[in-house]
Design a protein around this ligand. Structure first.
Ligand code: FMN
Length: 175
């Protein structure tokens, strides 16, 4: 296998679920968002929006509303893992590839965060909370955009566990 920095980064990225309390720097945030903007998007329309949430009350309210709306978490589970930054991805409700556009941008965010020694975790467990009108109106979404997921970002406070063994039955060749 030919290893280079990009491949190494892809193999090394892990979901980080424990964060230090201090906020990420503005420079890191700016660069992460720039990387996110360069993610592929359907027809190059860039039809996705980034809402950077660094307000503890809003982060906590997202979880409370998600629970009110039926999200079930095991006792003690903190869905955002106390991350100081959460970036919510939204896209037009009517766009055919809205979910895909958001997912591509989230992956760029996670890889850019990793490049700066930050941790991140893709989080969909609170999507119902994000979409609830009480939260959606506080997220400054463009008109007719709905959230498709979010990503926590912060300085890791512990090492992520080793990756699971990779499956060996998930590649087919048609040649
Ligand atoms: C679409 C999607 C939704 C996810 N939602 C959550 C989530 O709500 N909470 C969470 O802790 N991790 C979530 N994850 C992270 C996965 O659990 C994680 O990527 C997986 O366990 C593999 O670990 P790794 O990222 O370290 O390789 C999500 C990942 C994806 C792709």
């Amino acid at each position: 296998m030919i290893l280079n920095h990009t491949i190494e980064a892809l193999l090394d990225r892990r979901a980080v679920r424990a964060y230090r309390p201090e906020q990420i720097s503005e420079e890191e945030l700016t660069d992460i968002l720039l990387a996110a903007k360069f993610a592929p998007s359907a027809m190059g329309m860039q039809a996705r929006h980034f809402t950077v949430v660094q307000n503890k009350q809003l982060i906590s309210d997202i979880v409370s509303v998600a629970v009110e709306d039926g999200a079930k978490f095991v006792p003690g589970h903190v869905p955002f893992y106390n991350a100081p930054t959460v970036i919510v991805l939204s896209a037009p409700e009517s766009a055919k590839y809205n979910r895909e556009d958001c997912a591509c941008a989230i992956l760029n965010i996670m890889l850019a965060a990793q490049a700066y020694g930050l941790g991140s975790c893709y989080i969909c467990s609170v999507n119902d909370g994000l979409r609830d009108e009480r939260i959606a109106k506080r997220l400054k979404l463009p008109d007719h955009y709905i959230p498709f997921g979010c990503v926590s970002v912060g300085y890791p406070s512990e090492n992520a566990p080793a990756p699971k063994e990779r499956r060996t039955d998930d590649i087919s060749y048609v040649r």
